[in-house]
Write a protein that binds this ligand. Structure first.
Ligand code: HEM
Length: 411
């Protein structure tokens, strides 16, 4: 089995992007389909090239999601297996599903996400971005952009589209950070048991929301989900709660990560910031380039249902496969000058939103938020610079900046 003795899975490596990218490059060149057997994880095949990830993701009946969606320590998987009879968490989101269920459940909110809903809430996204830019003005001339601003904009948007009151923001923020940033000790509650407590509290909270929206439906996304039908019957409670959970969590840390990472990219590439401020029609490409550059979701996993040969390596039925998106998004076979942040990059084929059946449902919303926020903010800035060392979270799943100290002046 092809492998390299270079760690690309420990959460700590993800806090050191330069080292990580150096290692990814070695894998892409020397072991693009590599067998990784490193504790505390069960072994898996790591795919680091763009083309190989596309080949696997597009065959979603051969390579399925259900048994294993992301890297979780073996000990946690075993404990869940003992308690629930399966290795993944006590939820059933569309990310855990395969065909035919996946398609049926995705359809419940797909038209909201791909058109009417996002368009209807566009004005609200504008208002939320404007309000947080005002807050940034108030806390100037310095702030920690990651924890003071970027964390809150996507959360405020999710609270708004789900129709949740603003006062509950601290609770939802803490819950999603602990569930998804749990491998970074700074983001984990010392008293919490691998997120079990936080998970139950969040499910209780969402349960109350479902009851309210079933009784009094409104025009928000929570009402679409709470009253969703599958095969002509109302969705069961587990699937309904899971749906809300995935919406609240998948759209929060990922988009915060893109905002913080985008801000850092602009500070490190001031000529790109100047260019996009001067040519606002570049924003469609620019927002997409931010997402490629940051690639907030570092990997997803699939499981082979039959033997399959990829790059001369035999993947056996039952083997897990890690789709290393961050590596794919620096693959020189697809991207010219991949290590350059370029707001004019033509029609990007990046994999930050995945590809195929599970392609991110929130892409349109995320790009709207990123574009709206920066398009409003950047022209107002007379000065923006780093006011300290940026710090990346130790997480091999959702990668984000824990700290981004900035100094700035508005015009
Ligand atoms: C920059 C921000 C975002 C990034 C980078 C991102 C990335 C991803 C990725 C990589 C996947 C898995 C794709 C696959 O397995 O092929 C995914 C799935 C998903 N995302 Fe996003 N996402 C973002 C924002 C959002 C937002 C704002 C929402 C909703 C509020 C959202 C909702 C979802 C859902 C529901 C899925 C599951 C789709 C399925 O399994 O069919 N995402 N996202």
């Amino acid at each position: 089995m092809n492998t390299l003795e270079l760690d690309i899975v420990s959460p700590s490596i993800y806090a050191n992007p330069a080292l990580l990218h150096e290692r990814y490059e070695r894998y892409r060149t020397d072991a693009p389909v590599a067998w990784i057997n490193q504790e505390p994880y069960r072994p898996f095949w790591a795919l680091t090239r763009h083309a190989d990830i596309v080949e696997i993701e597009k065959q979603n009946t051969l390579f399925i999601n259900e048994p294993r969606q992301n890297l979780v320590p073996r000990e946690v998987e075993d404990r869940t297996l003992a308690a629930l009879g399966k290795r993944t968490a006590a939820v059933r989101t569309m990310i855990d599903m395969d065909e035919p269920d996946h398609r049926k459940y995705r359809n419940v909110a797909q038209s909201w996400f791909l058109g009417s809903g996002v368009t209807r809430f566009h004005g609200k996204v504008e208002e939320i971005c404007a309000a947080w830019i005002e807050k940034m003005k108030d806390c100037g001339p310095e702030c920690d952009f990651a924890s003071d601003i970027a964390n809150y904009v996507p959360l405020a948007v999710i609270m708004c589209i789900l129709g949740l009151p603003e006062k509950d923001m601290p609770f939802v923020l803490k819950s999603t950070q602990q569930l998804f940033g749990a491998s970074d000790s700074d983001m984990k509650d010392e008293n919490d048991d691998y997120g079990v407590t936080v998970f139950h509290n969040l499910m209780d909270y969402l349960g109350q929301l479902v009851a309210q929206r079933r009784q009094n439906p409104t025009d928000d996304l929570a009402s679409v989900i709470a009253n969703g039908m599958v095969d002509g019957a109302p969705m069961a409670m587990l699937e309904t709660l899971s749906y809300l959970l995935i919406t609240a969590t998948a759209g929060h840390e990922t988009t915060s990560s893109a905002l913080a990472g985008g801000m850092l990219a602009f500070m490190q590439n001031p000529e790109q910031m100047k260019k996009i401020v001067a040519q606002p029609d570049l924003w469609d490409k620019g927002a997409d380039e931010i997402v490629r550059w940051v690639t907030p979701l570092r990997h997803m996993m699939r499981t082979a249902t039959q033997d399959y040969v990829l790059q001369s390596q035999t993947i056996r039925a039952g083997d897990s496969i890690g789709l290393m998106y961050l590596s794919a998004n620096r693959d020189p076979a697809v991207f010219t000058n991949p290590y350059e942040f370029n707001v004019e990059r033509p029609a990007s084929r990046h994999l930050a939103f995945g590809i195929g059946a599970h392609f991110c449902l929130g892409r349109l919303l995320a790009l709207t938020e990123i574009r709206t926020f920066f398009k409003k903010l950047l022209p107002q800035l007379a000065l923006i610079e780093l006011a300290g060392e940026p710090q990346f979270a130790q997480s091999n799943f959702i990668g984000t900046l824990k700290k981004l100290p900035i100094r700035y002046r508005f015009r």
